[in-house]
Design a protein around this ligand. Structure first.
Ligand code: FES
Length: 350
């Protein structure tokens, strides 16, 4: 047997696979290559392809309707309406409607895209060589050509019904988020300008719930007050007290540096908003020697003997002062509302 016979008869034969790998006859680890492509029903039957097209269009249209339903639910259902839905029990009608419609809208877009890809887009498998990472210009050109071929195979241009309904569904679904932005508003307008304080309203000690007399306020003490008529049972108590809460201190009139502060005080008793003008924490620490009050949140410090001006920290404005006096019965009363908005200074301040 010649050496040529040995090489031809005894050595395993080799052939290229569809992957480009070398196959060795009788080798159990040889690359079998890709299976033959089996055309789907939609590839050979235009009627089946049209059915798939209508299914995809139906899903995208359903998504559009669900998005419209989301917006309609947002407008139609009151926030506090509770309904019984089996098996969930008692739930918010608004939350249930919003969740259901948004879920259907997103699901239908996903299901439509998957059905489109599985039934109408090309499913021919191809194998490619692994290339160096840095692409040559001709590789880039090939990628662009493949991209264009993929766009052609997706039939986006030919299946106008799918294309139009898909764009409609994708264009409408973000509206759900846009509508929810409405919950950020409305702007506070004049709500921060108006508090429950008005001329003649007595100052009520928040600890004792009793009207305050000047003799109840000792030098060096810090008293918190709220307007008469406000009780913790009121449904809007938290909102109102968050705007109207007062700090009352008594300072020797001679120590008051700000002229308007002196005029708005009663025998050295001054009333300032308790709400920090930085981001609205309640101020609670008073240093009687210096007449400074400190906000515990970010350490803004205000000088109550000088118009409650900011002397340290991030607050941007002095604490608003309430003008006070004494009524015929000897109780401290407000002589009007605050003249400027209370609380954080990031709102419009006129
Ligand atoms: S809230 Fe008072 S310093 Fe920030």
């Amino acid at each position: 047997m010649s050496s040529q016979d040995i090489s031809e008869e005894n050595l395993p034969s080799e052939q290229g696979s569809a992957h480009g790998a070398v196959e060795v006859a009788d080798d159990p680890f040889a690359d079998p290559g890709l299976p033959a492509h089996k055309p789907r029903i939609q590839d050979i039957d235009e009627k089946a392809a049209r059915r798939s097209e209508r299914t995809v269009a139906f899903l995208f249209t359903l998504s559009m309707l669900a998005t419209i339903g989301f917006i309609a639910s947002y407008v139609a259902f009151p926030v506090d309406k509770i309904v019984y839905i089996w098996p969930l029990g008692h739930v918010s009608a608004l939350n249930f409607a919003l969740g259901t419609t948004l879920g259907v809208a997103l699901f239908c877009i996903g299901a439509g895209a998957v059905h489109w890809a599985r039934t109408l887009m090309s499913d021919v498998e191809v194998a490619d060589e692994r290339h160096p990472i840095a692409a040559e210009p001709e590789v880039k050109a090939k990628v662009m050509a493949d991209f264009r071929a993929g766009a052609e195979e997706s039939q986006l241009g030919r299946r106008k019904l799918i294309r139009n309904t898909m764009f409609g569904a994708l264009a409408l679904v973000p509206l759900s988020g846009v509508v929810l932005l409405r919950d950020l508003g409305p702007l506070p307008e004049d709500k921060l300008r108006k508090t429950l304080w008005a001329k003649g309203k007595q100052l009520i000690n928040m600890n004792t719930n009793e009207p305050l007399r000047p003799e109840d306020v000792a030098i060096g003490s810090l008293t918190f007050a709220m307007p008469e008529g406000l009780t913790e049972e009121d449904h809007n108590f938290n909102n109102e007290i968050a705007k109207a809460a007062l700090m009352i201190v008594r300072i020797q009139p001679a120590d008051i540096k700000d002229k308007r502060e002196l005029e708005w005080s009663h025998e050295g008793i001054v009333a300032f908003s308790k709400i920090c003008t930085h981001v609205g924490c309640p101020i609670s620490l008073y240093e009687q020697q210096t007449h400074h009050v400190l906000c515990p949140c970010h350490q803004s410090t205000f000088d109550l003997s000088d118009g409650a001006k900011v002397i340290f920290g991030p607050a941007g404005h002095a604490l608003p002062q309430l003008q006070i006096g004494v009524n015929d019965e000897g109780y401290l009363e407000a002589l009007g509302d605050f003249e400027e908005p209370v609380g954080p200074s990031f709102f419009e301040r006129g």
